[in-house]
Design a protein around this ligand. Structure first.
Ligand code: ACO
Length: 434
């Protein structure tokens, strides 16, 4: 990656009687950043930013979010246009390579992904090591990490071709692993990938076809699945992406890095929110109970939060939630389902968007508010929701990992701390301890 941020000025930090000049850098869009890299060396002071609310961890050219405007761009292209006009594989090419592919480039890329969809036969043994009731995210996390044992040379960190293969393998094998985890958890025989199918159709087929019956799925449903993958493909330096970058900064194996991303994504504040959101909508159950839950969300003494609402970066609206709301309608219409949960979701959204608490805190529905409803309609159990997110986000994780390795300014990630534990003291023999 060619570094493109520009030095546009100087910030002066005054600590006591001393002042320190720090360069200000500006990217092509978004807020500038003060370069504090030399601050500790110059002044002996760290910066303190738990949760990284004011810290850029890297320069990146992949994804841009303007939280105030509700804007999300992949390599400059608005998410709404990509969801409407592109396909997940094309978006994957774009995120990895920086440009939309020409026809032949796309053909070669798709063929390469298709060639890597099967898992080494021994990977099957890993699934059998899990209990049947293991969470599918546990299986995905363990199995992706286990791939590092199959592809363990370290050429991926230095050689372009080996790195490309690792990237293609991960994109190709994630649907197979995700579907295998699902089949294992429901006790059905696993279904091998079908390379004549599109990425989304193949995934649906691996999840829902059984040897006893022919499986067909409508183009609307395939397209909906593909759109869900596009919406989740990347989201700049979120918790799981930062985890992948941090793991990769030590030169770790890419499959192990992606397993680290899967682990981070699993939490209910991140990828687990769609599962938590659908559970919440089910718990609400009827429209007349909504005020009770709104009141709980506002009550500081109650840990309950309105799942699918709020976002660290979007303080206007999450553009993905609008696309997802449309997808929800398309899928429910296509399947002729009248899910009362959708009515509860729409009413909850309406009430919350008018409520002073949510308005003043700029809390809007995020992508997960509607995605659970769609995935439920498609036939996925809630435990699979975060797995689908991980499948799609693998493209973003691996693009960011690749960019990091190509960044000449990249160093091992190593945050510091403000230590507030016990001060230095001598060891006491057991009989001398108070
Ligand atoms: N319901 C009720 N109140 C909320 C909610 C919510 N969903 N989200 C934030 N708030 C309140 C907080 O209590 C806090 O209030 P205070 O200032 O009076 O203390 C204020 O809004 C700011 O919230 P923070 O937790 O400081 O915001 P942060 O940026 O750290 O958290 C997060 C963002 C984790 C997404 C949060 O909004 C949340 O927990 N939402 C529900 C979970 C969810 O939907 N996560 C999915 C995120 S999108 C994704 O990962 C794809």
């Amino acid at each position: 990656m060619e570094n493109k941020i520009k030095n546009t000025g100087t910030a002066t930090v005054t600590i006591g009687k001393d002042s320190y000049d720090l360069p200000i850098y500006q990217g092509s869009m978004g807020a500038p950043g003060i370069d504090v890299r030399s601050l500790y060396k110059q002044s002996g002071h760290f910066t303190f930013d738990p949760g990284y609310t004011s810290t850029c961890s890297t320069e990146s050219q992949i994804t841009f979010i303007n939280g105030g405007e509700g804007q999300l761009l992949y390599r400059g292209y608005p998410i709404e246009q990509l969801a409407e006009k592109s396909t997940f594989l094309e978006v994957a090419y774009l995120l990895i390579n920086g440009e939309l592919p020409k026809r032949e480039e796309f053909q070669n890329f798709s063929e390469s992904i298709t060639k890597h969809t099967m898992l080494h036969d021994s990977v099957e043994n890993f699934f059998h090591g899990f209990r049947r009731d293991a969470h599918p995210m546990a299986m995905v996390c363990g199995t992706v990490g286990a791939l590092s044992g199959f592809y363990h040379d370290d050429a991926h960190t230095t050689k372009d071709e080996a790195r490309d293969i690792a990237i293609h393998r991960l994109i190709a094998k994630m649907p197979t692993i995700a579907a295998r985890a699902y089949k294992y958890s429901v006790g059905q025989p696993h279904v091998y990938p079908t390379n004549s199918m599109s990425y989304a159709e193949n995934f649906l087929n691996m999840c829902f076809s059984v040897p006893a019956e022919k499986y067909t799925v409508s183009p609307t449903i395939i397209r909906a699945m593909d759109k869900i993958f596009i919406l989740h493909a990347d989201h700049e330096q979120n918790a799981s992406t930062s985890t992948v970058r941090l793991a990769g900064s030590s030169g770790a194996n890419p499959y192990a890095c992606i397993a680290a991303g899967v682990a981070c994504l699993w939490g209910p504040s991140h990828g687990g929110a769609n599962e938590a959101c659908l559970n919440m909508l089910r718990e609400i159950g009827t429209v007349d109970r909504i005020p009770e839950f709104i009141a709980r969300a506002k009550d500081k003494s109650d840990p309950f939060r309105l799942m699918g609402f709020g976002h660290r970066v979007y303080k206007n609206f999450d553009p993905r939630s609008r696309v997802m709301q449309k997808v929800a309608h398309e899928v429910l219409d296509e399947l002729d389902l009248n899910d009362p949960i959708l009515d509860i979701a729409k009413e909850l959204e309406k009430i919350a968007l008018e409520d002073e608490y949510f308005v003043s805190k700029k809390l809007y529905p995020n992508v997960d508010f509607y995605s659970g409803i769609v995935l439920n309609a498609l036939g996925f159990p809630t435990s699979m929701f975060t797995v689908l997110f991980a499948l799609a986000r693998t493209v973003g994780w691996i693009s960011q990992w690749n960019e990091m390795l190509e960044d000449p300014t990249q160093r091992i990630g190593r945050p510091r701390q403000l230590y507030s534990g016990a001060v230095s003291r001598d060891y006491l023999d057991v009989d001398d301890r108070a």
